[in-house]
Design a protein around this ligand. Structure first.
Ligand code: MN
Ligand code: MN
Length: 313
């Protein structure tokens, strides 16, 4: 494994990106991982609530307090973070993104009785358990956000690889449970956005280089034209619309997460995805101390450790 000082210089710098020192990349990667966990723990409190219900209960929800329909302990995370950690461990243990290793890791994760699990994820993993298949059949209906929410470790491990290789690794982990064009497009776009942010792209650049092209290729994802996406469901299109609206209409990590989570709906997952993007763009110093300290300490150290190890691959 490369030592941090031996990581090659920033690869494939594109127009509009500002070269950042490798130490900066590592700290942004850590911020992305912690940002995801923060968004998950923070949003889970109001998962499946409407903005009106959130306002009635919390005014503006802005603290990590646990609870919610899962009755979480303060700082506890859900499947979004724990599936990403399981995938990340499999990548580190097997030296790359391999569908078989990832499927075994997800299966072990399901056996350990996670606090929550999506229906498409469960179906895909039962399929793997029965048949050993690491790819489910293509389905027009399986456009949930379950493959997109856990893609972060792939983005970190594949930093510096070609776009085609990154996209293919994203699909390898995704198709274990979700095999759908919209899920693929969202998952690949998020991974490429995180990588661009780690290399120094700001939100304006990310909007032009990734969010707009995604909507141009798949008009479902158009997000400026739709009314503010309140109460986004687990449909990956609604998830990304809510995340993009919040991410591109705010200028810092805290405002972005408060905006997206107070929309309710699949709030732990919009929080996790917004958190990984905002963490990668705004960096470690932008994570509010009260949220960082509010995270489960074991989760916090697992995320930080994994981010450093994956980026060093
Ligand atoms: Mn969850
Ligand atoms: Mn969720």
């Amino acid at each position: 494994m490369l030592m941090p000082s031996e990581i090659p210089p920033t690869p494939l710098l594109q127009r509009g990106e500002h070269p950042c020192p490798t130490g900066d990349i590592k700290s942004r990667a850590t911020a992305a991982y912690l940002g995801m966990a923060i968004g998950d723990a923070f949003g889970a409190t109001v998962e499946f609530m409407t903005p009106r219900e959130i306002a009635a209960h919390y005014g503006r929800h802005d603290r990590i307090v646990g609870g919610g329909w899962l009755r979480l302990k303060p700082g506890q995370v859900t499947d979004d973070t724990t599936m990403a950690l399981a995938l990340g461990e499999s990548i580190l243990a097997s030296g790359g993104v391999f569908a078989g290793a990832a499927a075994r890791a997800f299966d072990a994760w399901m056996r350990a009785k996670p606090v929550d699990i999506g229906s498409t994820v469960r179906r895909g993993l039962l399929n793997f358990r029965k048949s050993g298949a690491t790819e489910v059949d293509y389905s027009e209906h399986d456009a949930g956000n379950g493959a997109a929410m856990r893609v972060l470790p792939v983005a970190l491990a594949m930093l510096g690889q070609s776009e085609a290789a990154v996209r293919s690794a994203c699909r390898a982990q995704a198709h274990i449970t979700h095999h759908n064009a919209l899920s693929d497009a969202a998952t690949e776009t998020l991974a490429l956005m995180v990588q661009a942010a780690l290399r120094g792209s700001d939100t304006v650049r990310l909007l032009h280089d990734y969010a707009h092209p995604l909507a141009a290729q798949h008009p479902e994802f158009t997000f400026r034209a739709v009314r503010q996406r309140q109460n986004p469901s687990g449909y990956v299109v609604e998830t990304l619309q809510a995340v993009f609206q919040a991410f591109f209409d705010t200028d810092d990590f805290e405002s972005c997460l408060i905006d997206v989570v107070n929309r309710g709906g699949d709030a732990d997952t919009t929080g996790a995805i917004a958190g990984m993007l905002a963490g990668a763009v705004y960096g470690l110093d932008a994570l509010p101390a009260r949220w960082l300290n509010g995270l489960d300490p074991d989760v916090r150290s697992a995320c930080a450790r994994q981010a450093e190890a994956l980026i060093a691959m």
